[in-house]
Structures are given as structure tokens and as C-alpha cells.
Ligand binder design. Structure first.
Ligand code: ADP
Ligand code: MG
Length: 372
């Protein structure tokens, strides 16, 4: 059984002619530790869904199963216990108690869970970099700082899953970065996250996105074109590591971004971890070979035919070309350039089907990769 299982869930507010159907036959499952983004227009049922997952509300019909419990069968006291032990909430409006300090706000969550423990609460504040502000009131903290306190509060009882409703909705870019960094770290440590967001770039951090429309799941977006470009970029980074020449890279990733990308790419079978090192799977290596070929042929085109000399310009343009060239155009370009074997920096260009010696190369290197 999955960690979260929703089957044909309906949620209706009100009755008769004034009834509003907020969720209309929604089903999905999620594994423990998954990061799921819930997206969709205003009024599509995102908050309702999150409230059902956190047992702040109950479904009208259908099954909501979380961490082995059928939540519709829990009594009031069991629901309170479930909420404090299983889930941690983060809201757009932070919802800190105004007359309590940061530390007291965190301890309040402990109070509902079991017993207050100042040392533990302080450790939770440390995790979000707020220990110096422990004795400040919410009104003495910026929005970003308040949200970090709210994250500490969500973490203090060591919940299995974090439910976040537009957690960065009220934050500026810098604080958004900090909060998303914290969530990424928690996820990397195995914590499940279900996060409502309007923001496509925030949604892209998740393992999976569910798009809601009129209380139904419209589609699960797996990977956008932009994400696929990120995957290609990571493959290129790894490919060039084993080469003597230093190559420019169009995108440099932060540690958090890199870790996330490697996690996703490992999950979908492009990379694997071997002796603590990130390496290609055969499929990843094959994809890397094709991207590197497109990239380096583009570089040759810019240097040899278009006589561009600026390294940054060449790199930037090659990075655009590598995503848009079809296999046919790539081979035509290769033929036009006389099947070059080296990029302008002297690194090898992997051959393609149009190149001399391709059959032997294919049998030796590529066929085994495709078949594995
Ligand atoms: P979202 O978070 O995607 O904006 P909500 O889950 O808040 O959407 O709301 C879904 C629908 O249910 C909306 O039409 C909203 O007006 C309605 N709704 C939500 N909560 C209530 C409530 N407590 N009473 C009546 N209608 C509600
Ligand atoms: Mg909402």
C-alpha cells in the first residue's frame, strides 16, 4: 500500500442549490518521501485537498488513506493525534501566534504533540537558521524569517510528511530561495512534501506535479522541456569531467539544484551512484553522447562557417542549438562540416550515423547501451 492513497474523493461544501463541489472524484497515490506539487487555478480545490491530507477536514465520500490509517475512521481524539504525529503544516500566511516569541511558537506545536522541550525547539530553529531570533515576536521578524519559524514549527515533531500551502506566496525572491532550499534539504533527507503552488518554477522542484481543474486531476506533468534541458546540461557536465579540456558551461548549478537534478535523474534511470560517485547509466551515457555531439557540431558550425570567435557567444549559441536540432539536421550539419572529429577546443565529437566508421562504432559502443 502506498503512503498516501486517495480513491474517488468528493468534497462538497453546503447543500442543495448552494452546494459547491470542491473535489470531484479525485484519485492518486504517493510513496513515502515523494515531493508532490499541487498546481491549478484559484478555486480548483488545492487547499481543500491539502486540508483532507492533513485531516483538517474530511471527505464527503471516498477514501483518504495516509500512513496506514483510513482517516475517515479516526475519532476526534485520534485525528488530533494523527495530525500532530504525522503531518507538519506550512501556510502562506505563516499563522504564528502574535504574542508568542519564535521559540514559544515552536514549543506550542510540541505542546499539542507531547511535551514541550526547549532544547529541541531551539534545535528546530537552528535548522532553519533562526536561533539568534528565538526571543523575537513575529512582528519583529520579516516575512521570510516568519516563514522559517513556521517551518521549524512544522519540523519539531518530526512529521512523516510536510504539507505546505503556497509556502512562498508572500515572500520576495531571496526569501523564496531560502525557503525552497530548506524544503529541498528536508526532501533530500527523506521527508515527503505535498506543496500547493501557483508558480511553475517552484512546482518544477517537485518529483511530480498534479494539475487540478474543477476538483479533478487534469494531468500529471512529468517533465517540461525546460527540465529536459536541465537534464541535458547535467549530462554534459558529467561527460566533460572525464576530459582534459576545461569547457565553458552555459549553466552553473547551485549545490541544491544539482542535488535535486541528480536525484530525479537517478530515479528515472539516467544516472546512478557508484562508490559514492554520480555516473551514467548506459541510457544516460547514450543520451549524453547525442547531446555532446549536437553541441560540438554546433560549435564547429559557429567557428568554421560563421567565423564567430567569442568563446562565450559560441557556448551560449551551441547550448541553444543542442536542444533544437533534429537527428536529420544534425547529420546534415555533420556532413556539411566534413564529419569533424574534434570540437574547436580539441575534444572529440562522438560520431553519428552519417559518419565513416559508424557501423563499427555502433556495434561496439552504442548497441550494448540501447539493449541494456
Ligand atoms: P484553491 O485552493 O485551489 O484556490 P479551494 O480548495 O480553496 O481552492 O476551493 C475550492 C472550491 O471550494 C472553491 O470554489 C471554494 O469557493 C470552495 N470552498 C472552499 N472552502 C469552502 C468552504 N469552507 N465553504 C464553502 N465553499 C468552500
Ligand atoms: Mg488555496
Amino acid at each position: 500500500m502506498s503512503f498516501i492513497e486517495l480513491a474517488d474523493v468528493h468534497k462538497t461544501y453546503g447543500t442543495g442549490t448552494s452546494a459547491v463541489s470542491a473535489l470531484d472524484g479525485l484519485s492518486f497515490t504517493a510513496d513515502q518521501g515523494e515531493w508532490i506539487a499541487i498546481m491549478g487555478p484559484s478555486g480548483s480545490g488545492k487547499t481543500t485537498l491539502l486540508n483532507l491530507l492533513g485531516c483538517l477536514d474530511q471527505a464527503s465520500t471516498g477514501v483518504v488513506h495516509i500512513a496506514g490509517s483510513d482517516t475517515s475512521k479516526l475519532s476526534r481524539s485520534e485525528l488530533t493525534k494523527f495530525r500532530s504525529e504525522t503531518v507538519g503544516f506550512i501556510f502562506q500566511q505563516f499563522h504564528l501566534v502574535p504574542h508568542l516569541t519564535a521559540l514559544e511558537n515552536v514549543m506550542l506545536a510540541q505542546y499539542f504533540h507531547s511535551m514541550t522541550d526547549e532544547k529541541e525547539a531551539m534545535q528546530a530553529l537552528q535548522q532553519v537558521g533562526m536561533e539568534e531570533r528565538a526571543n523575537h515576536l513575529p512582528s519583529q521578524l520579516s516575512g521570510g524569517e516568519q516563514q522559517r519559524v513556521a517551518i521549524a514549527r512544522a519540523l519539531v515533531n518530526d512529521p512523516k510528511i510536510i504539507l505546505a500551502d503556497e509556502p512562498t506566496g508572500n515572500l520576495d525572491a531571496e526569501n523564496q530561495r531560502i525557503v525552497l532550499g530548506l524544503l529541498s534539504d528536508l526532501h533530500a533527507k527523506g521527508r515527503g512534501i505535498v506543496m500547493v503552488t501557483h508558480d511553475e518554477s517552484v512546482g518544477r522542484l517537485a518529483d511530480r506535479r498534479l494539475n487540478l481543474e474543477h476538483g479533478k486531476i487534469k494531468e500529471t506533468v512529468v517533465f517540461s522541456a525546460e527540465e529536459n534541458e536541465d537534464f541535458d546540461e547535467v549530462l554534459e557536465h558529467i561527460w566533460t569531467r572525464s576530459e582534459p579540456t576545461d569547457h565553458l558551461h552555459a549553466t552553473e548549478y547551485t549545490e541544491v539544484q544539482w542535488r535535486r537534478l541528480v536525484n530525479v535523474m537517478t530515479r528515472i534511470g539516467l544516472l546512478k551512484i557508484e562508490n559514492g560517485e554520480t555516473v551514467f547509466t548506459p541510457r544516460g551515457e547514450e543520451r549524453a553522447r547525442i547531446v555532446i555531439r549536437r553541441h560540438r557540431l554546433s560549435e564547429r558550425l559557429f567557428v568554421d562557417i560563421l567565423t564567430i570567435r567569442d568563446d562565450h557567444e559560441i557556448e551560449e549559441s551551441a547550448c541553444k542549438f543542442e536542444h533544437i536540432l533534429s537527428p536529420e539536421v544534425t547529420d546534415k550539419m555533420c556532413a556539411l562540416l566534413g564529419h569533424p572529429t574534434e570540437c574547436p577546443h580539441g575534444s572529440p565529437i562522438p560520431p553519428g550515423p552519417c559518419c565513416p566508421g559508424w557501423d563499427a562504432w555502433f556495434d561496439r559502443l552504442i548497441y550494448p547501451c540501447i539493449m541494456s
